[in-house]
Write a new protein. Structure first.
Length: 96
């Protein structure tokens, strides 16, 4: 799978009301479900992490979950990290 530069038009949330992804509490779990099968979830998450977007659900993660990742690897290029992980995942043999 190749990295998608212009990912937003392909996002599963493209037809959702934007406010549905900027919720609090238990509503965040509903918002995260939209991301579950999204074909560009990784690209979305990388952008949110690299740009340190503070609000909303991006790439299936809440702001709290993203902050935890940023604390662990504050200088990481998340695009590089996630692009490599995506590439390695697509190379796994079937059934793994």
């Amino acid at each position: 799978m190749m990295w998608v530069e212009n990912w937003a038009p392909l996002a599963a949330c493209r037809d959702q009301q934007p406010d549905a992804l900027f919720v609090r509490g238990a509503e965040q779990n509903k918002a995260k479900l939209v991301c579950k099968g999204c074909p560009v979830r990784t690209e979305c998450l990388a952008e949110a992490l690299d740009d340190q977007i503070e609000w909303g659900v991006w790439g299936g993660m809440t702001e709290r979950e993203r902050r935890a990742l940023l604390r662990r690897r504050p200088t990481a290029s998340w695009r590089t990290v996630l692009e490599k992980a995506k590439d390695e995942h697509t190379k796994l043999p079937t059934g793994v």
